[in-house]
Design a binder for this molecule. Structure first.
Ligand code: GLN
Length: 487
């Protein structure tokens, strides 16, 4: 393996500018490593070699002419396979879209291509991003690069495993209830969910539209900040995208945080948190104290309802969003239907996997007349209260911290037959989606078996720069991020 693959995007950019390596060489190295690991990791649904090499060639031409390079030009990146790249397959790891070819680019894809970021492939995920372990893919499971018998976390498991294994330097994931932060935590890398509306969702296959947000994976905080800068911005093709200027998020990484207030969410430090995870968070608290922050214990009393609220709202929205997969307009169609109803029902019965069907049924039930007020409306009201909890809390603290997950990566198969146990994995991450606030997971240590532990940091809406600042300060105090999976 080329040692440069282990470096951050910032360091790789320097190497490109100094002509230590060409962009075509770097992309080729990344593709070679990715392919050689695929049997072990199962992280990729497809490779987009041609697009990647064409982009890399353009970078080399620019370098040869001595021109300035756009941010992250030439840095190998993988897209979660629920985002469109024109002319390549977008499957959402579902049989129903197995042969679906994207007719257009997602807005984030256009932005990546404008910045000349080589897209090397499409990463495996839980079907339609529904899951916490990446075991719900219709094609294959993703394995954790730190221990191949363990899950990488989901639903963006392929994206996270790829960056943790140093085959891609960067990746994009989508986060509806934790799908960027959980795999980042299980794979020992940085994963960030922006403020709702910061990044356009145009060209992302919708799961739960009021919660979905695209965000970066990387091995350093600075790289995540730069990737967010590349993909964010107003988009008239997404009515929920915010009309605010793009910031240089890495501009405040080194700001002094002395005297700032760090809230520790005590509700997430209680029941179910393993000793190793608790110790790592205590250690994080000490780090922030050392950096001169004031530590405040915070209670978010509504947080315990977040999983219940989420599984009503997310399933309701997905039952509506996934109605479009009917055998007529997209992807898979059953053979020899007897009539239109038979076409719909058999296509969906054959095309969707068990978890997706479970969610469609739950959501349809929650939205049905007679139950709408009791479930959907009530959940919306509770969502407003959870959001209010955060608004009030952030009047007194600058950021909040917690474990990203009460435990580290579990064994493949350990929770597959118990959906409720699987849902509970997201106890710490879901509330940020309900409230629309930015949140991230950064490496914070290892458990006794050497599996990574994630620290979650949450900030008020639109305070991404502050979030990256606190994350970077923590990162600089430790070398967890320098320890790489041995694969
Ligand atoms: N694990 C959660 C779910 O299964 C979150 C998924 C996500 O963020 N896409 O719904």
């Amino acid at each position: 393996m080329n040692e440069l693959l282990k470096k951050s995007a910032t360091e790789q950019s320097k190497a490109l500018k100094n002509k230590e390596i060409s962009a075509v060489e770097l992309t080729t190295e990344a593709l070679t490593r990715t392919k050689s690991l695929e049997d072990k990791l199962g992280a990729f649904n497809s490779f987009t070699e041609e697009t990647a090499l064409n982009t890399a060639k353009k970078v080399d031409e620019k370098i040869a002419k001595g021109e300035e390079l756009p941010l992250l030009a030439g840095i190998p990146l993988v897209l979660k396979d629920n985002m469109n790249l024109k002319g390549s397959k977008t499957t959402a790891s579902s049989k129903i879209l197995e042969n679906f070819v994207s007719p257009y680019n997602a807005t984030i894809t256009d932005k990546l291509l404008t910045n000349m970021v080589p897209i090397i492939g499409k990463a495996n995920l839980d079907e339609f991003a529904m899951g916490s372990s990446n075991e719900n893919s219709a094609f294959k499971k993703v394995h954790n690069p730190w221990n191949l018998n363990k899950v990488p976390g989901g639903s963006s498991g392929g994206s996270a495993a790829s960056v943790a294994a140093c085959d891609a330097t960067l990746a994009l994931g989508s986060d509806t209830g934790g799908s960027i932060r959980l795999p980042a935590s299980f794979c020992g890398i940085v994963g960030m969910k922006p403020t709702y509306g910061r990044v356009s969702r145009y060209g992302l296959i919708a799961f739960a539209s009021s919660l979905d947000q695209i965000g970066p994976f990387s091995r350093t905080v600075e790289d995540a900040a730069n990737l967010l800068e590349v993909i964010s911005g107003h988009d008239e093709k997404d009515s929920t995208s915010l009309d605010i200027p793009v910031e240089h998020f890495a501009g405040h990484l080194n700001d002094d945080i002395k005297g700032k207030k760090v809230g520790v969410i005590k509700d997430l430090m209680a029941e179910g948190v393993t000793d190793d995870v608790a110790k790592a968070i205590e250690n994080a608290i000490d780090t922030y104290k050392k950096l001169g922050c004031e530590i405040v214990e915070i209670s978010l009393p509504k947080l315990k309802y977040s999983i219940g609220i989420y599984y009503i709202l997310a399933t309701a929205e997905c039952s509506s969003n996934l109605a479009r997969f009917d055998g007529v307009r997209y992807g898979y169609r059953t053979s020899n239907p007897e009539n239109l109803m038979d076409l719909y029902t058999r296509t969906r019965a054959e095309g969707f996997g068990p978890e997706v069907k479970r969610r469609i049924m739950l959501g349809t039930y929650a939205l049905s007349s007679g139950y709408y007020d009791a479930y959907y409306k009530k959940a919306q009201q509770m969502r407003a209260l959870v959001t209010q909890d955060f608004v009030e809390t952030f009047k007194n603290v600058d950021i909040l911290i917690s474990p990203t997950c009460p435990n580290t990566a579990f064994d493949l198969g350990a929770k597959s037959s118990d959906p409720l146990a699987m849902y509970l994995t997201d106890i710490a991450t879901i509330s940020a989606n309900l409230a629309g606030i930015p949140a991230m997971s950064i490496p914070a240590g290892f458990d006794k078996d050497g599996m990574p532990i994630g620290l979650q940091i949450l900030a008020p809406q639109l305070q991404e720069s502050s979030l990256f600042n606190f994350a970077h300060k923590f990162e600089q105090e430790h070398d967890f991020y320098k320890t790489l999976a041995n694969i």
